[in-house]
Design a binder for this molecule. Structure first.
Ligand SMILES: C[S@@+](CC[C@H](N)C(=O)[O-])C[C@H]1O[C@@H](n2cnc3c(N)ncnc32)[C@H](O)[C@@H]1O
Length: 283
């Protein structure tokens, strides 16, 4: 196991000429670091990532191509079993509140939550995902501009006003747009984002939850080296990027507690991986 010092890490990073190479390099180092959890507390990984932010257009292009091609294997034709199983953890007192669903795609989970008389706010950067949500669910909606999100931001509202879906880049979202929330259902966002966007994404989620608010979260955890025989790791997979419990703790603590809830096995590109579910609670 190689131990990476802060200086050594920065020098090595500078040697990576392109963003793709840097990204690949970081993923390899991430696995090496997190495979020995005791080393993570002193890791500068998250801060290093935040220095090379892409523009909104670059960030979204990959996903808009996937929606155009119908390459949306992440979408489930059922309500997520872990949301059903752990829903009560989001609202332990039984009193519900508003739920934010970041990077929502067209998940059926939003309809299920709204059926519990909960106001749901979703956000995705790809228009097709939001339009398909309403058409798949046979729901009428109206559309208005959302300049508080971005110049070309939009808000699609179900006619019963229970579901608000924002069209825009998550990195531009803030409590100024829709206030704060009692709960967040974060399925596969942290594993979908560019690594350099993770730190900012987490700071936005932290700001969106009220004190005592809870976030139910699903991420994937796998050893990137098992994917090496697939070829160029900068184009397939990741994403989904692996996200380890130690990295989650580094990102969310001490403002949040991070509680492991569950895990299950899955195949990704024919390889064994794990899905892990956590409950994050704001102090
Ligand atoms: C892995 S999918 C998860 C979808 C959804 N959570 C689900 O369970 O089906 C990632 C989604 O995030 C969207 N996305 C990626 N980057 C984004 C960003 N920066 N802002 C908003 N949406 C983004 C993509 O269009 C895609 O629909």
């Amino acid at each position: 196991m190689m131990v990476i010092t802060k200086v050594g890490f920065a020098r090595a990073l500078q040697r990576c000429v392109t963003v793709a190479n840097a990204s690949k390099f970081l993923r390899c180092q991430t696995f090496k670091l997190f495979s020995t959890r005791s080393k993570i507390c002193s890791s500068p990984l998250v801060k290093q990532y935040s220095t090379t932010m892409a523009s909104t257009g670059d960030r979204i292009k990959y996903w808009s191509n996937r929606w155009d091609e119908g390459s949306i294997g992440f979408h489930k034709d059922e309500v997520h079993p872990m949301l059903i199983k752990y829903f009560d953890k989001l609202f332990p007192s039984g009193k519900t509140g508003r739920v934010f669903v970041p990077l929502c795609g067209k998940t059926l989970d939003m309809r299920w939550l709204a059926g519990k008389d909960i106001s749901v706010v979703g956000l995705d950067a790809v228009r097709m995902s939001l339009e398909q949500f309403f058409s798949d669910q046979n729901l009428q909606y109206t559309e208005e501009k959302a300049p508080q999100l971005a110049e070309n931001g939009a808000l699609l509202k179900s006619s019963d006003n229970k579901i608000h879906l924002y069209l825009g880049d998550m990195l531009n979202f803030s409590p100024d747009v829709e206030g704060t929330f009692e709960a967040v259902w974060d399925r596969a966002s942290l594993v979908a984002l560019n690594r350099e966007d993770v730190s900012k994404y987490v700071s936005i989620i932290k700001s969106l939850l009220k004190p005592g608010g809870r976030c139910l979260l699903e991420v994937m955890d796998y050893d990137v080296s098992i994917m090496e025989d697939l070829g160029d790791l900068s184009t397939r997979p990741p994403p989904p990027h692996p996200m380890y419990e130690a990295e989650l703790k580094q990102l969310y603590e001490p403002e949040f507690t991070v509680q492991y809830l569950d895990r299950c096995e899955r195949l990704l590109a024919g390889k064994d991986i794990h899905l892990q579910v956590f409950l994050l609670t704001k102090q």
